[in-house]
Design a protein around this ligand. Structure first.
Ligand code: ADP
Ligand code: TRP
Length: 321
């Protein structure tokens, strides 16, 4: 089973990203052949700052490696190191009806948010199709907002196959339906755009505590039992706990002996502990950027080899000399 997914380099990662997207994706590497890349050509569609894009690309690679992408198991690279994908993007464009792209929600949403429409933004799904089809991908783990892009990929592949024979594997998306929406410190969906996120990599434990202290909780006076249902602190803490420990925490709420301050301290400890190993690995990678470059370059080399073989079949099929 070949699974592929692209990661947008978007800056600081928060706990919502981790439980909603990264953890389930990283866990796949234990049971399947996982291909993961930093989609920097996609990020270019909305980037205005070269230095920032370079930094975000590299930092995202470090973060994903630190959080558990294992280069022994997973092929990991930067999209722009495999230029074959751009050649396929052009060829696929010929099999992409305008209407298919005009119906893309993600494009319409971006334009509605005031991002100026340009051709790259419009044809974004075709590049994503090239990422997927170039490697004969069978499964694509994505967030709900990306499902339509995988459907577009299938439509393009079917159109191509109808004309030139069975060249492309038809991919299917995987969406983790049971992942709940992780709440932010205000109880709304945690998002970097809402200023309510708790970042995975806070610089110090003290800063993390400060952030946890900002979690909105009810104002039950100290000494009275607390309600855990609907409590933002409880909801966040339970992400880190198994069933037995959740029950223990519920008892602490009911006991009437603890206030929200204690519970926020407990949550801080859970978060700090959960990412302890990742923080250590991250330090190592930050201090040894050549190691990261080597991992990415090995990944890209392997993908270029697979891509060359596939491209020669595709070129041959369509009549490019
Ligand atoms: P943000 O809302 O912070 O901009 P992104 O849109 O970049 O986050 O999301 C990246 C991935 O993380 C997506 O797959 C998305 O489903 C997941 N994700 C983001 N926020 C949450 C959340 N609060 N709960 C669950 N998953 C989330
Ligand atoms: N568009 C995806 C996102 O914004 C990133 C991406 C690019 C991708 N190419 C891909 C995801 C190929 C899956 C497969 O999250």
């Amino acid at each position: 089973m070949r699974i592929l997914t692209g990661i947008q380099a978007s800056g600081k990662l928060h706990i919502g990203n981790y439980f909603g997207a990264m953890k389930p994706m990283i866990e796949l590497q234990d049971s399947a052949e996982l291909f993961t890349f930093i989609a920097n050509y996609h990020s270019l569609t909305t980037s205005k700052d070269a230095e920032l894009l370079r930094k975000l690309t590299f930092d995202s690679a470090i973060d994903y490696l630190s959080l558990g992408i294992d280069p022994q198991k997973t092929t990991f690279w930067v999209q722009s190191d495999v230029p074959q994908v751009l050649e396929l993007y052009w060829i696929l464009s010929k099999f992409t009806p305008m209407g298919l792209l005009e119906r893309a929600h993600s494009y319409k949403d971006k334009v509605a948010k005031g991002i100026t429409a340009n051709h790259a933004l419009f044809s974004y799904p075709v590049l994503m199709s090239a990422d997927i089809l170039l490697l004969d991908t069978q499964k694509v783990p994505v967030g709900k907002d990306q499902i339509q892009h995988v459907e577009i990929t299938r439509d393009i592949a079917i159109k191509f196959n109808n004309e030139y024979g069975d060249i492309f594997t038809l991919p299917e998306y995987i969406v983790n339906e049971d992942v709940a929406t992780i709440p932010g410190i205000d109880g709304q969906k945690m998002s970097k755009s809402y200023d309510n996120a708790i970042d995975i990599f806070m610089e110090t434990e003290k800063k993390l505590q400060k952030r946890c202290n900002k979690i909105i909780s009810s104002s039950t006076p100290l000494g009275e039992p607390l309600e855990y249902e609907g409590c933002n602190i409880y909801n966040l803490a339970s992400l880190f706990l198994d069933e037995d420990r959740k029950v223990e925490l519920q008892q602490r709420y009911k006991s009437g002996e603890e206030g929200y301050g204690h519970l926020k301290k407990y949550l801080k400890e859970l978060i700090w502990e959960e990412f302890a190993e990742a923080r250590e690995r991250r330090e190592e990678y930050i201090n040894n950027p050549d190691l990261v470059k080597d991992i990415l370059s090995d990944g890209a080399k392997k993908v270029r080899e697979i891509s060359d073989m596939k491209m020669s079949i595709i070129r041959d099929a369509v009549g490019i000399l």
